[in-house]
Design a protein around this ligand. Sequence first.
Ligand SMILES: [Cu+2]
Length: 160
Amino acid sequence: MRTTSLLGFTVLSLAACGGGEAGPDADDGSVNCAVETTADTFVAPLDKMGTDGKLSFRLLSATPAPPARYDNEWTLQITQLANGVAGAPVTGATITVSPFMPKHGHGSPKDAVITELSTAGEYKLTPVYLSMPGLWETTINVTTASGSDSAIFRFCIPSG
Ligand SMILES: [Cu+2]
C-alpha cells in the first residue's frame, strides 16, 4: 500500500512539472499549438503597432525561427509611428523584455540583455528565454526621450 501511494505521488509530480521545469506549472506536459488561437504566426519581419500608437515594433529576425524553447535571439527595429505610418528609427531607447506564460502565471527565469546595434533603430535581445512549451506573451517596453510604448509578441512553443 505504502509503495503504491509513493509511486503515484512521483508520477503526479513529474506530470505537473512538465518535465521538471521550475515554476507554478499546471501543465499536463503536452502542448498543442494548433489550438492556441491567440498566438502570432511567426514570419520575419513581424510588425506590431505599439499599444499607445507612438512606436512601431518590427521583429526583424529570430534565431531560432520560429521561436523555440530555451534561448532565443531576437533582432528588433523600433521606429516612430505617426498616424499609423512608421517613420524615423528610434535610437538610445531603454528596452525591457518580459516573457510571460498566461496559462501558468509565470515569467522567465532569465532576463534578456539588450544591445543597441550599429544600424539606427535596431536592437538585439538575447536571451529571450522561453523556459517551457506553451503560449508565451513577450511584452517589449520601449522608453525614449519622448515617452514610452509597448507591444506583445505571442508565440506558442510546441512540446518535445
Ligand atoms: Cu509555464
